[in-house]
Design a binder for this molecule. Sequence first.
Ligand code: SF4
Ligand code: SF4
Length: 441
Amino acid sequence: MSSEIADMARNSGIVGAGGAGFPTHVKLSAKVDTFIVNAAECEPLLRVDQQLMTTCPGKLITGLQLGMKATGAKRGIIAVKRKYKTAIKKLKQVVKADSRIEIFLLDDVYPAGDEHVLVYEALGKIIPESGLPLDIGVVVNNVYTLINLAEAAEGNPIVSRYVTITGAVKNPSTMEFPIGTSIKDAIKAAGGATIDDYQVLINGPMMGTVIAPKKPITKLTSGIIVLPENHFVIRMKTERISSKVIVTKAACIRCQLCTDVCPRFLLGHELHPDKVMRGIAWGAPERPDYMTGTFLCVECGACTYYGCPMGLDPCKMMTEVKGQLRVEGLKNTHNRKVLSIHPEREYRKLPVKRLISRLDLLNYNHECPIRKRKLQIRKVSIPLKQHIGDPAIPTVKVGDSVEKGALIGKIPDGSLGAVIHASISGIIRKIGQEIVIEKTK
Ligand code: SF4
Ligand code: SF4
């Protein structure tokens, strides 16, 4: 039965909906003691997980129970921020029927949903540097992934997802879209942008990226944020790296505040963004530990958007250095198992309210109620790669007629990957990195 559940996830094309898109069937093939639901949704401005917990708590619990069955977990924990009061009330009503499942309340801090932080908060256990929850007998899945698992049990593959559309749009809301809908159409569905010169950010201001509006919604798109093109967050994310290096040399005051707030440093990881910035500004001896420590950076942005008082971007610098070391063929050797929690960790957590203010996003922090989409989606572009692993191989050809839910891409033999399905009924118009389907009626 446990492998049947993993197969079900595989055949439905489920990937981790709240992160980088790791294929869920692989996680479900592990054997663990504890299964944690990551219900933190800690990216500012996003709403979708909180809303789904409120509207379909039963599906989340079913997904969790299936996950526990697949992995043999005896204990299920829903780690949810205590501020999601309505969702917690709804969950409590459903959870009481299963004594193996408990609800753990998290503070409204960033990044409460980082796996290492979440596991430490919920269990008091430390995952080793560069390690996975699996290393200590835990699997973590996010809310949407488990709801997708419950859907898979009902025979429904992933063909759509709810997305929060917010920022400078007429009707900030959360709506369901077929996978492959263009971001431009999604913004139109939310009443359109309220400003002329805008940029689009997906999946949150902290870890999200600026994206062209013609790009499609994927299985991983949780939020679309429309912001003025000269907004602070957009400028930070689009500024050229060469300019960032020049400013680092001129303005880094070596205050260490970037390191002081780093959530992984506070868990004892050998991660020192201040030293990396100093190395960039003043030159570093050949590959010191603090440079290779960039491998431990999860690019959460806390150092940049909360820590640094000089408007510098240590997060981007960590990413650049890490990329350079990889190009040089260097491997990550940081894997200490015994870590010491920083004595001031408790007092250095970043309150999300203050973070939103620092990000200059108070005016865009909308409620975004769930709305029924009125706009009809006539064309979708479904990427063959929406996940970690190899791209799917098309199982259709141009000119084929497909029904919504039909398999259109399979996992290459012997590879890590995820299948994809048609998200609307129509004709296959184009196959490249994306499969384009157009409605004919
Ligand atoms: S982005 Fe900055 S704060 Fe986040 S893990 Fe990396 S160094 Fe630490
Ligand atoms: S917080 Fe900013 S100024 Fe201070 S050490 Fe880090 S990068 Fe330099």
